[in-house]
Structure formats: C-alpha cells, structure tokens
Write a protein that binds this ligand. Structure first.
Ligand SMILES: NC(=O)c1ccc[n+]([C@@H]2O[C@H](COP(=O)([O-])OP(=O)(O)OC[C@H]3O[C@@H](n4cnc5c(N)ncnc54)[C@H](OP(=O)(O)O)[C@@H]3O)[C@@H](O)[C@H]2O)c1
Length: 259
C-alpha cells in the first residue's frame, strides 16, 4: 500500500492496560494513543520510550472514529489494540438504557467500527488484539452489561477474523487476568450486594495477586512482535499461562503486589 510508515493504534491508552500497551509498543513503532482525557494522554506521551501521539477521541462517536482515521492518514496500521472499556455495576432493577448502551458502545461497537474504518489502512499481516475477559464466559450478578458486552466482543473478534482473513489481517483475543487498574478498583469498591464477585476481586488484591499493568503491556508487546502469524491468530491468550512467560517476563513477578 505504499505507506510512508507503519503505526500502532492503541485505544484506552490514558490508563491501565491500554496505557501500558502504548508505552511498550512505542519501543517498536510510532503509536497513536487514543482516549478522552487529554492530560493523561500527554503524560503517556512524555513517559513512553518511543514516539506516542496523544489523540483525544471518544470512541463511541462518529467524530472520534473519524479523528483516528484522519490521524492515521496515509500511513499503514500494523498493530491495533482494542483496550478501551467500561465496567458498569448495576442490578437488573437499576440498569438504565443509557448505561447499557454506553457499555455496548464502548466495549463492542467501538471495536467493530474502528476496525472497519481502519480496514483499508491495515498493512498485509496487520495484527489486531482484543483485550477480552473471562467475564465473556462467566455470568456475574451485577455485571450484566459488562459480561454481555465482553461475550459480544469475543464473538465479534472471531467474525472479524473471518471477514479480514483474505486481507491477511490477524486477530488475537487475550485474557489479562485481574489487573491493577482503575476499572478493577471500581469493581472492588462496588456494593457487594449488587456485585458479589467484588469480594473475589478484593481477595485477589488483598493477596497481592493483581497483575501489574506494565507486565500486561510487556505480554502484549511480545504477542504483537514476538509470535508467528499462526500463533498470534487465536482466541485464548492468557497472561497467566506460564508456557510463554520465558519470552517476556524477564523473570519478574507478574503481580503489582499492592493490596
Ligand atoms: N483490569 C482488569 O482486571 C481487566 C480484566 C479483564 C479485561 N479487562 C479489560 O481491559 C481493558 C482495559 O481496562 P483497564 O482495566 O485498563 O481499565 P481502565 O484503566 O479504566 O482503562 C479504561 C480505558 O478506556 C478508555 N475509555 C473508556 N471509554 C472510552 C471512550 N468512550 N472513548 C475512548 N476511550 C475510552 C479510558 O480512557 P478515558 O477515560 O480517558 O476516555 C481508559 O483509558 C478493558 O476492555 C477491560 O474490560 C480488564
């Protein structure tokens, strides 16, 4: 496609897993870091070892998607990481239409339509990473919007793999475990009467068993740049699987250790 250069696009790059992924990928390629909070993105850009272009965009809007496509311009997208996500906690009695739609818009629609809008910018062999969740396959009381949107995201990734296979675009779905991020702490602090699994999350935190976002970023860098096409293109990459740890942990603990 005669692209001037090849880029990575990372959504949800202002915090948590997306932030760590943008920082790690910048070691290999220029990164467009997408989220809504400008100041946080600027900090990511300053702290990253490589080139990170902060891009304020709401992924649930047409304007936000268009801004990403404009920023990519004539360059080629080699890596796309879908990290943006929200985890609303509501019971069936309190969940309102806006909250449900916002979860679906962020966790599902944005992944579909951003991939669609970038389809003609992907270089051959481009890699798209979905940050999935065991909540796609585990019903959680109080987590209806999150679990349903994550299940939809899982299927979406499988369908997109079929849709774009002819173009040589590869898709991976990953499970980052319980990660020490704002989203996780929001769930930990939720009313346990509404979200009983908040107790499981809190127990992992108390045991120092929340995965450090920086380690997830390293895992994803290795997935993007250190795996064969055949290996990358699968649905069940788990950060906690020791089979691949020798490739990217550097012998360091996966856990942030913060209670
Ligand atoms: N933490 C875990 O234990 C865990 C486990 C499994 C899966 N995951 C998944 O990992 C992904 C990242 O989550 P995290 O834990 O790193 O959470 P986080 O720290 O809360 O990050 C969420 C990111 O999504 C961005 N975002 C939300 N809505 C957006 C929108 N409309 N437009 C653009 N950006 C938006 C936020 O940025 P702004 O607010 O600046 O827009 C933020 O950068 C999510 O998909 C989550 O479901 C997390």
């Amino acid at each position: 496609m005669g692209a001037a250069k090849q880029l990575a696009v990372v959504t949800g790059a202002s915090s948590g897993i997306g932030r760590a992924t943008a920082i790690e990928l910048s070691r290999d390629l220029p990164v467009i870091a997408v989220a809504r909070r400008a100041a946080a993105l600027q900090r990511v850009s300053r702290e990253a070892p490589g080139e990170v272009t902060p891009l304020c965009a709401d992924l649930t809007t047409e304007a936000g998607l268009a801004a990403i496509v404009d920023t990519v311009g004539d360059d080629g997208v080699r890596y796309l990481a879908h990290a943006a996500g929200v985890y609303p906690v509501e019971s069936v009695h309190t969940l309102d239409v806006q909250t449900w739609r916002a979860a679906m818009a962020t966790n599902v629609d944005a992944r579909l339509f951003l991939t669609q809008r970038l389809a003609d910018r992907f270089v051959p062999g481009a890699r798209v990473l979905f940050i999935g969740s065991l909540s796609a396959h585990t019903a959680r009381k109080g987590g209806m919007a999150y679990c349903t949107s994550k299940a939809a995201s899982f299927m979406l990734q499988q369908c997109l793999r079929l849709e774009l296979a002819g173009q040589g675009v590869l898709f991976a779905n990953t499970y980052p475990g319980f990660v020490d991020t704002a989203l996780m702490h929001g769930a930990i602090e939720a009313d346990r009467g509404v979200l009983p699994d908040a107790a499981k999350y809190a127990a992992a935190a108390a045991e120092g068993k929340l995965v450090a976002p920086a380690m997830v970023g390293r895992f994803y860098r290795w997935l993007f740049s250190g795996t064969s096409d055949e290996a990358f293109n699968r649905d069940d990459w788990k950060v906690l699987d020791p089979a691949h740890h020798a490739h990217w942990t550097g012998g360091e603990s996966l856990y942030s250790g913060r209670a």
